[in-house]
Design a protein around this ligand. Sequence first.
Ligand SMILES: Cc1cc2nc3c(=O)[nH]c(=O)nc-3n(C[C@H](O)[C@H](O)[C@H](O)COP(=O)(O)O)c2cc1C
Length: 200
Amino acid sequence: MIIVCITGASGAILGIRLIKELLQRNKKVTCIVSQSAWQVIQYELHTDAKTIIDILKSQNLQNNLLQNLKEYSPDDFFAPVASGSFPFDASVIIPASMKTVAAIAHGYADNLIHRVCDIALKEKRTLIVVPRETPMSSIHLHNLYTVALNGASVVMPLPAFYNFPKTIDDVINFIVGRVLDLLHIEHNLYKRWDNEDNNR
Ligand SMILES: Cc1cc2nc3c(=O)[nH]c(=O)nc-3n(C[C@H](O)[C@H](O)[C@H](O)COP(=O)(O)O)c2cc1C
């Protein structure tokens, strides 16, 4: 089971796309969306949906795949994933706000998302953080450095221009594809670097 957390940074579409790609590969997903993330989702995706299940239904994801998705409130410390004794394979914070990065870096487990990250680090499980802010202050960079030093992977949501992205979808596919790479999940969301490929 993979935990996907969406926080209130710009780029909620990245987290929603990751959840969809995981479900389409028959993975079990637990998702947690912060209160600020819902404000960003409603603004950036022009939706008044209040659950990720509703968003994915509107994108025509099959019902049988949605059965593998569990959604918890960020206030729900009684959720199974709030305990280190509950196993999960990996956790991804995408996008990660600077507030949430600060909380992870300092072990300040004020909501279920922070708690999941705390558990991932203390239990030495996979934690992938996709931070979104620009420019970054030295405080942001220091917090990201702390998170990386403690075992998390930091994936900046940046396009690779050697892939010649033409649409926003190309950029999203590349970033989500790089996260799937770290999760060791096969995909063909982007074309891998091959300088000797004459068909490029
Ligand atoms: C439209 C919108 C875009 C935002 N984009 C970012 C962003 O890219 N990075 C960031 O760190 N905060 C951003 N914020 C601010 C966060 O939502 C805010 O700091 C919030 O407290 C984060 O809480 P959370 O980490 O619990 O979701 C944005 C807010 C809004 C309304």
